[in-house]
Design a protein around this ligand. Structure first.
Ligand code: NAD
Length: 696
C-alpha cells in the first residue's frame, strides 16, 4: 500500500450496551452475564485506536436492549452508494436493522432490501475481495444461499458461494479473510469440499494460506485489513510470518470479551467503501452461479418424517431451502402438501439435489418442460447425466404429455421410443442400451409417485429384548398367512426367494408344503438352496448335519456333493425328480407342481447343479421374468438374492423379508414402499409358524 492511498472508511459502534444476554451461537453458551463491561470497553477502545491510526472511523449510536449492535459487520453490506440491510436469522437481532438503515439513509445511501424471505447477515457473510468485483458469500448457518443470488444481481458483482459446515464458524468472516492482491487466509475445515474447490479455483495455491485450528479458534481470520495492516485478536507465528512475507503489518488487539459472544475484530467493523469493486464499464452484467427451483411434495409429510428427509437431502447436497407453503393434512387420512424452494450454489448442484429429491417423490413445480433426451453414443453406455430410476411409478414428459414408464425397477435408465405422437418410455438396464437409443437425462420433465415412505422402525423383531416380540412375530405370521390364503383364492402370484439357511434351520419341509399346497408360483434361489434341499431329501442331512437329531453324520460332509452328483447324472433337477431319484423336498414339489424356479450361480457353488445359471446376466433376466406380475415376494434368509430381487421389483409388490440380521431386514424393508414388512427372526421358526397358520 502506498502512503498516498486513500484511507478506508469503517463503521463502528461503542459497546456501551454490550453483554451476552442470550445464546444464538455456540460461543455464547455458558457466557450469559459473564462479560465485564469495563474490560470490554477497554478492549474495544484498543481496537478503535489501532484502526483510527490507519483508517477513517464513523460511529453509529448504540441502542439499549440491543447488546450485539457493536458487531456492525452484520448490519448489512455497502457497495458504492447502495446499502443492503441485513435480515437477521434470530429475532433478538432483528431490531438492529432499523438503526442501521436510519444511519445509512441519513448518510445519503440508497437502501435496497433483498427480495424474498431468505436471511442475510451482512458483511459477516459477504466479504469483498479487496480491489476486485468479487464477493465471497457465506451460507449454510446464518445467511440463506438465495441472498447471494440477489446480491449478485443487485450489486452487479460476481458472487462465489461458500458453504459453512461448522456452527462455531457461523459467519464467513470468522474463518475467511480476503487480502489485497488476490490473497486470502482461511480455515479450510469450516467449509465443505465444493466450497474449498471454489476457493482454489479463484485463488492460486501460493496466494492462499490455510490457518490451523488454534488460529481459527482464536478468531485470527476475523481480522480487519486496513492501511496495510491486519488487525486481529490473535495470530500464530506461522500466520504472522506469512502475513509479513506478504507485506502486512500484524497488529494484535486482544478482544476476549467479545469472543464470549462469538465475535472479534472484523465483527466489530463494517466497511463503508470498497475501492476497485466496480466492474469495468461496458462489461456484461455479473451472473450468479446460484440456481433455484420450486418443488412440491405431498403425503404424510410429518408422520413419516418425509419432510425432514427432503430438507436434509437439500442441505446435505450443499443447498439451501425456503418453505414457501405448507398445508398440513387436518385429518388422519388427509395428505399434507408443501412447496419448497431449493437453492443450490451451481446448476450442477441443483440438478444433483433435485435428482435425490425426485427419488423421495418430490416433483419439480413449474415443470412444464419436456424431459431432455440424449442419444446413446456407445452400446451399453448411457450419456453421463442419465436419470436413474427408483422402484416408484415414474412419468416422463415427452412431446407435451406425461407418459408412464413401463417395466419399472430401480437402478435403470429411461428409454424413450415409439412413433411420433405415441411415445413409449421403458426402464432399461444400462447394459441393454444400444447406440442411438434416446435416454432421459437430468431431472426436467420427470416425476415419480412414491406410494409410501417408511416410518422408522417399521420392521419388528423377535430377537429384541421386548417381551411381547415373540407374540408380535406370531401376529405378523398370522397376517401373512391370511394374505397368502386370499392370494391363492384369487389366483394371485407369490414368489419365494430362499437360501440354504431355510434347509439348515429345518424350514425345508414347511416350504415344500407351501409349494405343494399351491401357495408358491415361482421360486428363486441359488445353487446352495437346491443342493441342500436335495441332500436333505436323499440323506436327511443338511451340510452333513442330521436335521432330526442335530448331530453330524459320519461322512456327511460329502452328502451334498453326492446330491449334486446324482442330479448331474440325470442332467438336471426336473429329470432327476421325474426319474424318481429325488424322493421329496422343495425342488421336488416345484417340479411336480410345475412351479418355475431360477437358481443363480455364485463363486462358492459346488458342482454346480446343471440347472444353476452360471451366466449372471441370464440369471438376472430369468429372475426378472419370474418376478413379473408378482403380488407378493417372500424373501427368506438370503441377503444376496433378496437384495437382487428387491432391486428388480417395482413398488406395489408386497415384500416380506425374514432374516436373523436386523441390518438385512432394514435394507430390504426400507425401500420406501408401504408394502414391505421386515421380520427379524429365525427362518426355520418362521416357516414352522407360517405352515401351522396355513393349516399344515
Ligand atoms: P447370504 O449371505 O446371501 O444370505 C444368508 C442370509 O441368511 C444372511 O442374510 C443371514 O443373516 C441369514 N441368516 C443366517 N442364519 C439365519 C437364521 N437362522 N434365520 C434367518 N436368517 C438367517 O448367503 P446365501 O444366500 O446362503 O448364499 C450366497 C450364495 O452362495 C448363493 O448363491 C448360494 O447358492 C451359494 N451357496 C452355495 C452352496 C453350495 O453350492 N454348496 C452353499 C451355500 C451357499
Amino acid at each position: 500500500m502506498t502512503p498516498m492511498a486513500p484511507r478506508d472508511r469503517l463503521l463502528l459502534c461503542t459497546p456501551r450496551f454490550y453483554r451476552v444476554e442470550y445464546v444464538i451461537n455456540p460461543w455464547m453458551e455458558g457466557n450469559v452475564g459473564r462479560t465485564d463491561a469495563e474490560d470490554a470497553m477497554r478492549q474495544w477502545e484498543g481496537l478503535r485506536a489501532a484502526l483510527a491510526a490507519r483508517a477513517t472511523l464513523e460511529l453509529v449510536e448504540p441502542a439499549p436492549g440491543l447488546p450485539d449492535m457493536p458487531f456492525t459487520a452484520n448490519a448489512g453490506l455497502v457497495h458504492e452508494d447502495t446499502f443492503v440491510p441485513a435480515r437477521f436469522r434470530f429475532p433478538q437481532r432483528v431490531p438492529e436493522t432499523r438503526h442501521a438503515v436510519e444511519w445509512f439513509r441519513r448518510h445519503g445511501l440508497r437502501i435496497v432490501e433483498l427480495p424474498g424471505r431468505g436471511t442475510f447477515e451482512g458483511e459477516g457473510d459477504a466479504l469483498l475481495q479487496p480491489g476486485a468485483p468479487l464477493l465471497w458469500g457465506g451460507y449454510g448457518v446464518r445467511t440463506a444461499l438465495q441472498a447471494h443470488r440477489h446480491l449478485a444481481e443487485i450489486l452487479d458483482l460476481e458472487v462465489v458461494p461458500l458453504r459453512l459446515i461448522d456452527e462455531r464458524f457461523y459467519h464467513l468472516d470468522t474463518c475467511f479473510c480476503p487480502l489485497p492482491d488476490g490473497r486470502v487466509f482461511y480455515y479450510p475445515d469450516a467449509f465443505d469440499g465444493e466450497s474449498l474447490e471454489r476457493i482454489a479455483a479463484r485463488v492460486p495455491a501460493e496466494q492462499r494460506f490455510a490457518v490451523d485450528a488454534t488460529d481459527a479458534l482464536h478468531f485470527a481470520c476475523n481480522a480487519v485489513v486496513t492501511g496495510g495492516a491486519v488487525v486481529t485478536n490473535f495470530a500464530s507465528d506461522a500466520l504472522r510470518e506469512r502475513l509479513a512475507h506478504w507485506g502486512h503489518e500484524v497488529v494484535i488487539c486482544p478482544l476476549g470479551q467479545f469472543i464470549l459472544a462469538g465475535g472479534a475484530a472484523k465483527c466489530l467493523v463494517l466497511r463503508l467503501e470498497h475501492p476497485g469493486a466496480r466492474r469495468p464499464p461496458g462489461s456484461p452484467r455479473a451472473t450468479s452461479e446460484v440456481r433455484e427451483r420450486a418443488v412440491e411434495i405431498q403425503g404424510d409429510l410429518l408422520d413419516t418424517g418425509l419432510m425432514n428427509t427432503v430438507l436434509d437431502r437439500i442441505t446435505d447436497g450443499g443447498g439451501d431451502f425456503e418453505i414457501e407453503a405448507f398445508q398440513p393434512g387436518l385429518r388422519h387420512d388427509q395428505a399434507s402438501l408443501a412447496r419448497v424452494r431449493v437453492v443450490a450454489p451451481s446448476p450442477e448442484r441443483l440438478d444433483a439435489i433435485l435428482a435425490r429429491l425426485l427419488q423421495a417423490g418430490v416433483r419439480v413445480a413449474e415443470d412444464e418442460h419436456d424431459a431432455r433426451l440424449e442419444p446413446v453414443e456407445q452400446d451399453g453406455v448411457a450419456p453421463h447425466d442419465f436419470f436413474s430410476t427408483t422402484i416408484f411409478p415414474t412419468d416422463v414428459r415427452v412431446g407435451g404429455r406425461w407418459v408412464r414408464a413401463a417395466r419399472q425397477r430401480m437402478d435403470a435408465v429411461l428409454v424413450v421410443d415409439g412413433p411420433p405422437g405415441e411415445p413409449r418410455v421403458t426402464c432399461r438396464l444400462i447394459r441393454e442400451l444400444g447406440r442411438g437409443d434416446r435416454i432421459v437425462c437430468g431431472v426436467e420433465g420427470v416425476r415419480t409417485e412414491p406410494t409410501h415412505v417408511p416410518r422408522p422402525g417399521e420392521s419388528f423383531g423377535f430377537m429384541t429384548a421386548d417381551a411381547s416380540s415373540e407374540r408380535r412375530v406370531e401376529l405378523a405370521v398370522e397376517r401373512i398367512a391370511w394374505e397368502m390364503r386370499r392370494l391363492r383364492e384369487r389366483g394371485g402370484k407369490l414368489v419365494v426367494v430362499a437360501s440354504p439357511v431355510v434347509i439348515h434351520t429345518g424350514g425345508g419341509p414347511h416350504l415344500a408344503r407351501l409349494v405343494r399346497d399351491g401357495y408358491v408360483q415361482a421360486l428363486l434361489g441359488g445353487n446352495g438352496l437346491a443342493a441342500h434341499d436335495i441332500e436333505q431329501a436323499l440323506f436327511g442331512t443338511s451340510l452333513g448335519v442330521d436335521l432330526k437329531r442335530g448331530v453330524n453324520v459320519e461322512g456327511g460332509h460329502r452328502n451334498h456333493l453326492q446330491a449334486i452328483n446324482l442330479v448331474r447324472a440325470h442332467g438336471g433337477i426336473p429329470q432327476a425328480v421325474r426319474a424318481g431319484a429325488v424322493p421329496g423336498g422343495i425342488m421336488y414339489e416345484c417340479v411336480r407342481r410345475g412351479v418355475p424356479f431360477a437358481l443363480a450361480g455364485s463363486i462358492r457353488d459346488d458342482g454346480p447343479l446343471p440347472d444353476t445359471l452360471v451366466d449372471l446376466i441370464a440369471a438376472q433376466a430369468e429372475y426378472a421374468r419370474l418376478i413379473e406380475g408378482a403380488d407378493m415376494i417372500l424373501m427368506l434368509s438370503s441377503m444376496l438374492h433378496s437384495i437382487g430381487v428387491g432391486n428388480m421389483t417395482p413398488a406395489g409388490v408386497r415384500l416380506i423379508c425374514v432374516d436373523i440380521s436386523p441390518a438385512v431386514v432394514t435394507k430390504l424393508a426400507d425401500r420406501g414402499s408401504v408394502e414391505s414388512t421386515g421380520i427379524v427372526t429365525d427362518v426355520g421358526l418362521f416357516l414352522n409358524l407360517l405352515d401351522a397358520a396355513l393349516g399344515g
